[in-house]
Design a protein around this ligand. Structure first.
Ligand code: FDA
Length: 492
């Protein structure tokens, strides 16, 4: 019995570990690089403030989420390379995603948030909250190595001055300020602050990878999966087709690429079972194309639907001179402002680790926008389109303003207008949190089995219909833990 897993992010890693422990041989196919060898500077990953050839997925110019500072454009030319962060452009939105063995865990801020239980029914209406909160969220948090910052230490550190300013302003305006856990190794960060180890979070490392301290999937689920001896990983391989094989199981077509993205060789393998874990965008694009072009015609009409951006919108505020946010900022966020019930927004108090004093407070808001888009096959271009409309972000902006208009009014401060283009307040062109496209209990059954085919499964963020009310990876992991347990018990 051989299972093929497409992608090595959260969903794929959970599937690989649990299948391997159940005695199944697993082959993981990953589009991005292995990220296990240092570059010429002796480091595996590039610094956030100095993007280089390692930073972006097949671009010749960076596309940094914050594109400007004080009127100066920040983007620069880089060599074409299979770098770690993909800024994937659709007509109405740029979707940022991690590329490499470990998927999004390589580039994210490590914020590991379990949604409040009373908000769960709106996130995954067909999943029993009792089993999620008793079993699968705890299992996911343990598997990911989620822990909380030592608040006494946090209170005393220069590197969290920005977060304490965020707390002061939230609380003065009457908003609940909540600490959130992270997967960063806090003992390591304490040593960074003490100057006894190589700096990572305290050297601004995050969106192009962390060279130390962060417990990415490479160090958690994937390390355990490798230890079973049953899991093989093929980096720089892209799954392009899956179709029923005459002899049973599935024929999977895979392109091996080089570090410029050129196809070296096309391989065909057979697998008994295939798990789609290419991320919300990767899985949705693949399934939409395979259904439309006749490889998997029996997939149902829900494929490609229910896609959302988790309501992401970014903004900065300009503080007074008596509220500096610090020249040293830990790249690992620890807190948020919760105005979900009253205003539809949960704002991450985010770092802006530039190395200079900016007097800026920076936030990534997650909002309760009802907007959902759809992927569709475009035969003229041979690509999959996404029906997202940039104007839809206004709903999210209005929800984020429920927090920041009030804070600005109380503090007598204004929005920064220099971070996303000249006189542009809102980072409304992007998302870090793509979700949906192969929604649970619609495109699949209630455990991720694709309708229309036996032995095909979806096990990543595409199962979640567009919003998690907080940062998504703990929920993606917990849902994968729930689904794979049932699938192993009943299908293997
Ligand atoms: P994920 O995207 O992790 O993995 C999919 C994998 O499949 C990728 O490695 C991809 O290369 C591969 N793939 C795609 N197509 C393929 C193909 N055809 N063949 C083979 N492989 C293929 N979340 C959070 O909870 N807290 C946080 O702090 C942050 N911060 C954050 C910052 C930034 C900059 C980003 C971009 C994202 C975050 N996130 C986050 C989001 C989080 O990282 C994201 O939700 C998860 O990684 C999604 O997990 P999945 O398992 O769905 O896919």
């Amino acid at each position: 019995m051989r299972a093929l897993v497409v992608g090595t992010g959260y969903g794929g890693s959970v599937a690989a570990l649990r299948l391997a422990r159940a005695g199944v041989d697993v082959h993981m196919i990953e589009l991005g690089m292995a990220w296990d060898a240092p570059g010429p500077d002796g480091k595996i990953f590039a610094n956030t403030t100095r993007p280089d050839y390692r930073s972006f997925w097949l671009r010749t110019r960076t596309k940094q989420p914050i594109s400007q500072f004080l009127g100066y454009p920040l983007d620069k030319d880089v060599p074409l390379h299979t770098g770690i962060l993909d800024a994937e452009d659709f007509a109405g939105i740029t979707v940022y995603q991690g590329r490499g063995v470990g998927g999004g865990s390589l580039v994210n801020g490590g914020m590991a948030v379990t949604p409040l239980r009373e908000r769960f029914p709106a996130i995954l209406p067909t999943v029993d909250p009792a089993e999620m909160y008793a079993t699968y969220y705890p299992r996911a948090n343990a598997g990911l190595g989620v822990t909380s910052v030592d608040v006494n230490w946090w209170e005393s550190q220069d590197c969290y001055q920005y977060a304490r300013v965020g707390r002061k302003h939230a609380e003065r305006s009457g908003f609940p300020f909540v600490f959130v856990p992270n997967v960063y190794d806090w003992d390591y960060m304490k040593q960074e602050a003490a100057g006894t180890v190589q700096k990572s979070a305290l050297d601004a490392e995050v969106i192009y990878g962390n060279n130390a301290g962060k417990k990415s999937l490479q160090k958690t689920y994937l390390a355990q999966a490798a230890a079973t001896g049953r899991v093989n990983v093929s980096p720089l391989h892209r799954v392009t087709s899956v179709s029923p094989a005459a002899a049973g199981g599935y024929t999977v077509v895979i392109d091996q690429i080089d570090t410029t993205g050129a196809v070296l060789v096309t391989k065909t393998v057979r697998a008994d079972r295939v798990f789609f874990a290419a991320g919300s965008v990767g899985t949705s694009k693949l399934l939409t194309r395979l259904k439309a072009t006749g490889a998997l015609p029996a997939l149902n009409g829900e494929i490609g639907k229910g896609w959302g951006d988790n309501g992401n919108v970014m903004c900065g505020r300009a503080n007074h001179m008596w509220d500096p946010t610090g020249t040293l900022q830990s790249s690992m966020p620890t807190a948020g402002i919760d105005n979900w019930d009253a205003g539809g927004a949960f704002a991450e108090v985010a770092p802006l680790p530039t190395g200079i004093e900016t007097y800026a407070s920076f936030y990534l808001s997650i909002t309760r926008t009802p907007r959902r888009a759809e992927f569709s096959w475009n035969p003229a271009t041979g690509k999959v389109d996404l029906s997202w409309d940039r104007a839809w972000k206004q709903t999210s902006i209005d929800m984020a303003r429920s927090i920041f208009d009030k804070i600005n009014s109380k503090e007598g401060t204004i929005y920064r207008t220099d971070l996303f283009g000249a006189y542009k307040i809102w980072g409304d062109h992007l998302t870090y949190h793509p979700l949906g496209g192969a929604v649970l209990d619609r495109a699949t059954d209630n455990h991720g089995r694709l309708h229309g085919y036996q032995g095909l499964y979806v096990i990543d963020g595409s199962l979640i219909p567009g919003n998690t009310s907080v940062n998504p990876f703990v929920t993606i992991t917990a849902l994968a833990e729930r689904n794979i347990e049932r699938i192993i018990a009943e299908d293997f």
